[in-house]
Ligand binder design. Structure first.
Ligand code: AHR
Length: 648
């Protein structure tokens, strides 16, 4: 068991660490720990975006995917929204006992919570018709399938939006929505929508509250979006285009989601991007979280994994519209209302700028195709917006040929940060505690933009992987003069709709669970500190070297709380006695009792799940400090954090 008490061990017996208390080093960037969001694993539609109706605008390539119809239902073209032109007509079935209508299956069903209100809305056109709206249990064995229903009178021959609020009588994860024509004549329906009223901050077109809360609760400092591979697209036509994701939600055109088919063994034929949660909503989310937004734009390259033919990409001399998209995005975020895109942001409800400081150009690119395109973006952005920090890419791998080629190229282009991605096995994490110790201090800074420890065999979000992430992050923290940002990936996954695992947060239609990796991110986010402080064992950084007993450690000073925060990760299977001697305190004295947080699982293969979300959570206690020395025993396979305040 992990222990947090005073061990009574002498410095000779223990792992003796020296914290150089008066040597405040690099500032820890406010952006250091954050989130990377991509619509993968039904992270947006069917996940964070609280819309409960799938294919609400009848724009999926199979126009009625997600819907069942009965009676006389026709799909028509030329509806009220230019970029989503399809709609349905419900016509009188011709006999009083027959019925016309349609039924939506939601995303793996529609999740309802007892006594919660749900806002149904629809754009409709008719002439005194009625529609009946029902939330049903399609597999009900009881007397009725209908849980709750309501009627809408369609009283306008012109397209008009109608709303109805339904209160769910029970909690149910897999409801369906049915709509019947409840009168004679024809009625036309478009953009059929159902949202919980209780979204994050109560916003219409809002986000799922429990999932946003899980994001906010890590105290993220940066928020990268919208990808990831979806920025590139399988082809350029299907790349993420931010301009399609803003303006009235009804008129944002559908895009395919490449995660529909990227992994043939996890194929989801109904996975598309409605852009309902578009760039406006993503900027707003960053603001809500107190995180710096970091949007990524396409550099004129379609996914290079899927396109070896150079013709799949934009020729270097034809990049103007792509570069303009990047410049316009900065205007959308920061421009005042006299500008075209600043005005759109204001019209959407946010007159104040979003104060964008960072932009990423390209995702996982490689080869000369990338820098020759990136250069044109860098030149244009520097010219128009010299204060914006540009993030370039070092490719899909944490080392190797592409990585070694791109880093010098990024230096030549003088990008501000370089994005590094590493989905790596346990032994890589064990060996990488000192990854950043010898990085060039004068070059671009590092954004560890996508990282995750991938376990062996059938282990995904198990505790041990998160422990190794905690160990790795001590090296990130120690090198805060080089590493400015770190974000785990992927962020979200629906348990029935994932394509990629492990993931930071899992959810179903009603519940969500914070993985062990989430807890590690959160512990770092809450114990970030303000400046690095050297912490040495035998005059060396504690980075899991062979003679360091499986220990990784780092320390920071936290100015607001006037505390030193020491993080120690013991990856070994033995408890390790540790003494931390605070050297150079001068006139400062330490409190006699420090706060201690331990993150540990007796079973390294165990993980949190929807049924047992709090199986493995950090535990708080106290540890005594004797004079200038903290003595503790860090249990086997334990991440320990000690907050040692200075006497005021
Ligand atoms: O996080 C999943 C994918 O991993 C991202 O889309 C991509 O950047 C990386 O290959």
């Amino acid at each position: 068991m992990a222990a947090c008490c005073c061990t009574g061990l002498s410095a000779q017996e223990a792992n003796h660490m020296v914290l150089k208390a008066n040597k405040l080093g690099a500032e820890i960037q406010p952006t250091m720990y954050g989130h990377f969001f991509e619509d993968i694993n039904y992270g947006a539609d069917g996940g964070l975006y609280a819309e409960l109706v799938k294919n609400r605008s009848f724009e999926f390539p199979n126009r009625l995917q997600g819907w069942k119809t009965f009676g006389k239902v026709t799909v028509l073209d030329g509806g009220p929204f230019e970029r989503n032109p399809h709609y349905v007509r419900l016509s009188n079935p011709g006999h009083p006992h027959k019925r016309t209508g349609l039924e939506n299956e939601g995303f793996f069903g529609i999740g309802l919570k007892a006594n919660e209100k749900y806002r149904f809305s629809v754009w409709a056109k008719g002439n005194g018709q009625k529609i009946l709206v029902e939330l049903i249990d399609p597999a009900s064995m009881g007397e009725t399938q209908v849980m709750v229903s309501g009627e809408i009178a369609v009283n306008s021959a012109d397209w008009k939006k109608y709303e109805l609020t339904l209160t769910a009588p029970q909690t149910f994860a897999k409801a369906h929505l049915r709509i019947f024509l409840a009168s004679g004549g024809d009625v036309d329906l478009e953009h059929v929508s159902l949202f919980p009223v209780d979204t994050w901050k109560g916003r219409e077109n809002g986000l799922r509250k429990d999932l946003v809360q899980a994001l906010v609760d890590t105290k993220p400092g940066v928020f990268r979006f919208p990808g990831g591979c979806i920025v590139e697209g399988t082809d350029l036509a299907t790349r993420y285009q931010w301009k399609n994701s803003v303006g009235p939600v009804e008129n944002r055109p559908l895009n395919e989601n490449r995660w529909e088919y990227t992994f043939p063994h996890r194929y989801f034929p109904d996975y598309h991007q409605t852009y309902g949660m578009g760039f406006y909503e993503l900027f707003l989310l960053a603001e809500d979280m107190g995180a710096e937004p970091l949007p990524i734009v396409n550099v004129g390259l379609a996914c290079q994994y899927q396109n070896e033919d150079p013709k799949a990409h934009v020729p270097v001399d034809q990049l103007d519209s792509y570069i303009q998209d990047a410049l316009d995005l900065i205007e959308f975020a920061n421009g005042d209302q006299s500008t075209k895109w600043g005005k759109l942001r204001a019209d959407m409800g946010h007159p104040a700028p979003f104060n964008l400081k960072f932009i990423g150009v390209g995702n996982e690119q490689w080869g000369s195709l990338y820098p020759e395109r990136l250069k044109l973006f860098v030149d244009a952005i520097r010219k128009a917006y010299p204060d914006i920090h540009i993030v370039g890419s070092s490719g899909p791998n944490s080392e190797g040929e592409d990585f070694d080629y791109l880093w010098p190229e990024m230096k030549k282009l003088k990008v501000d940060l370089v994005d590094e991605h590493f989905y790596r096995p346990e032994d890589w994490f064990l060996k990488s505690g000192n990854r950043y110790d010898n990085y060039d201090r004068k070059g671009p800074k590092v954004f560890a933009g996508e990282y995750a420890c991938h376990g062996k065999g059938k282990k995904w979000n198990h505790f041990y992987a998160s422990l190794l992430e905690a160990a790795f992050l001590t090296g990130v923290e120690r090198n805060a003069d080089v590493v400015y940002m770190a974000t785990y990936a992927p962020l979200l996954a629906h348990v029935e709709g994932w394509q990629w695992r492990p993931d930071l947060i899992w959810f179903d239609n009603l519940r969500s669970v914070r993985s062990c990796s989430w807890h590690v991110q959160s512990l770092y986010g809450h114990n970030k500190g303000t400046q690095v402080v050297p912490l040495l064992m035998d005059d060396k950084a504690v980075s899991g070297q062979p003679d360091q007993n499986g220990l990784f450690a780092s320390a920071v000073w936290d100015e607001p709380t006037k505390s030193y925060i020491v993080k120690i990760v013991n990856v070994s299977d033995k408890a390790q006695p540790v003494t931390v001697e605070f050297d150079g305190l001068k006139k400062k004295t330490l409190v006699s009792e420090a706060d201690c947080i331990l993150f540990h699982s007796d079973d390294p293969d165990a993980e949190n799940s929807l049924d047992r979300p709090n199986l493995i959570v950090p535990k708080e206690s106290k540890v005594s400090v004797s004079g200038k020395t903290l003595q503790a025993e860090v249990g086997a396979q334990t991440f320990a954090i000690y907050r040692v305040a200075v006497q005021q």
